[in-house]
Design a protein around this ligand. Structure first.
Ligand code: SAH
Length: 226
């Protein structure tokens, strides 16, 4: 019978999941709590994206795992984390488990209904993350004013492809922090970039792999929903 453990066993065997902390976080977040209730059981634990409503998808498990591995050293207990386009809430919950009671994960999702749904998802899976304030999921657009007044973050995960690297996000990275972000226009070549800000504030970029993500949209741009 397929299960979250079965899925993580596969990701481990394929070498996508490498470290214990990532493995534990993925085992403890059950994908069944983050997808539409009408999705047949056999599909929940397949390594592919699934619909979560509002024309959006929960990312494929290997992408969740890859991003957690890339950010692992910045998801230490007590870290302050931003999840952009938090969608289903899956990754925000997984990162919440990694940063512990002293940590903080803020998820920002442009669809208010989806932000609400993601709170219900996390409540089903790990209510303590919401009750102790480690995970906070908000409606807002990060290319609008959603990050105004926010302190910088140790780790930033971006779950939607930006047409170019957004300055507003680079600014919100602490010195010594890391961001993983897919960059590239919709239907064009997109690359996962790893952005490191060194302790002096200098920014280093690395291209990692070709990817396919939904677009990170500007406020008021509804073309993706039509
Ligand atoms: N990691 C999430 C990915 C969801 S898909 C998951 O696995 O569930 C990407 C999400 O980014 C979508 O829900 C979309 O609504 C959201 N999004 C796109 N542009 C955004 C923006 N500018 N600000 C906030 N959220 C955005």
């Amino acid at each position: 019978m397929h299960s979250q453990d079965w899925l993580v066993d596969h990701l481990r065997r394929d070498g996508v999941v490498k470290h214990h902390a990532v493995e534990q976080a993925l085992r403890r977040c059950d994908r069944k709590n983050y997808v539409d209730a009408d999705i047949p059981h056999a599909y929940i634990y397949q390594d592919s994206p699934l619909p979560i409503g509002y024309h959006e998808t929960i990312s494929a498990p290997h992408m969740h795992a890859t991003c957690l591995e890339l950010l692992r050293e910045h998801l230490k207990p007590g870290a302050r984390v931003l999840d952009v386009g938090s969608g289903s809430g899956y990754l925000a919950a997984a990162m919440g488990l990694m940063v512990g009671d002293e940590g903080k994960v803020i998820g920002v999702e442009k669809h208010p209904e989806l932000a609400q749904l993601s709170v219900a998802n996390v409540r089903r899976d790990h209510p303590e993350l919401l009750d102790n304030g480690v995970v906070e999921l908000r409606a807002g657009n990060v290319l609008g004013d959603a990050l105004e007044g926010e302190e910088p973050f140790d780790a930033i995960h971006v779950g939607a492809a930006a047409s170019s690297l957004p300055d507003v996000l680079v600014k919100k990275l602490k010195p010594g922090g890391r961001m993983v972000i897919p960059v590239g226009r919709q239907w064009e070549f997109q690359v996962m970039q790893c952005i490191d800000k060194d302790p002096d504030g200098k920014v280093h970029k690395r291209d990692l792999m070709g990817v396919r993500y939904v677009p990170l949209t500007e406020p008021g741009d509804t073309s993706w929903e039509e």
